[in-house]
Design a protein around this ligand. Sequence first.
Ligand code: CO
Length: 364
Amino acid sequence: MTARLENLKQALRTFGLDSIALNPGPSLTYLTGLCFHLSERPVVVIFTPDKPPVIVLPELEMLKVAGSPFQAFPYPENPAEWDGVFRKAVQSLGLDGKRIGVEPRALRLLEFRQVKNGAREAEFPDASRLVSSLRIKKDAGEIAAMRKAVKVAQSALEAILPLIKIGMTEKELAAELTVQLLRHGSQPEMPFSPILSTGPNSANPHASPSERKLQPGDLLVIDWGATVDGYISDLTRTFAVGEVDAEYRKIHQIVQEANAAGRAAARPGVQCAEVDKAAREVIEKAGYGQYFTHRTGHGIGMESHEDPYMRGDNEQLLEPGMAFTVEPGIYLPGRNGVRIEDNVVITEDGAECLSSLERNLIVV
Ligand code: CO
């Protein structure tokens, strides 16, 4: 943690900020190891380059920071007393008129107001890029956790394959998968609820499991992940329920090739856009470009969507340690859809694919 806090101090200087204010979430956990549930009781940690981090938190949470280098400002249960404690905490850092970075995606108005009360003339620039610059390159420990999360996810899926039967609902299958993810070692906080979609539902990339029953001729898309040691995996495979339409076999083959092309394009020094382009070209050349309706991938780590994003406009260069998904798809509206998703980490001279599950179309 000390190294991460040192890197943060360096980054504050590089990005021209006097401090950064974070509420509970992955960035705070990354920097400090602290885990708080987001609740109606605001918790804020304010980091500056030269003073110990200041934390404002409920008195009942004080044990979490015992023995840590934080300057703690605990508040009692009565909300009427919170404003005063926050004001004192923020003022102790002398931040009025200074630049206090925030994460707009995470910091709620609840916490923002409290910080602002103690620094009325401060500016609050978006510090998302600063935080991303710290978290985007994973170290060996983080990659090891993601490798485990992939393994857990893969074993869980293998355990449910023999259970898949015509007539069972998407929800029933989702329940089996969730149980197996937990049995195989996922933390209960999964990166997202598994997507199990069949037939026309599979043509919706973000479908949620329904009461629809598996029918012969369906494609079955399963998009699932596990969390291990705070790091996630995010995989997708598409199956055939019995004999399927020849066109579905064809689009599966195309997506499989697009997935391989995307993975093959991933290496240090290459723009994220190139990974997207490599996968997309395969689908466009096959005449299905208009049915590939999303970016090719997203970064993974503590969150299931983080930098870097494999998007056609993203000129960001890939560097060793960056981890992301490659997940092209073809979705035929009202009919069926295919997606194949793998998890990749950039190495010194190429990319390692963490996932190894069969990608050929399996008939269940
Ligand atoms: Co994904």
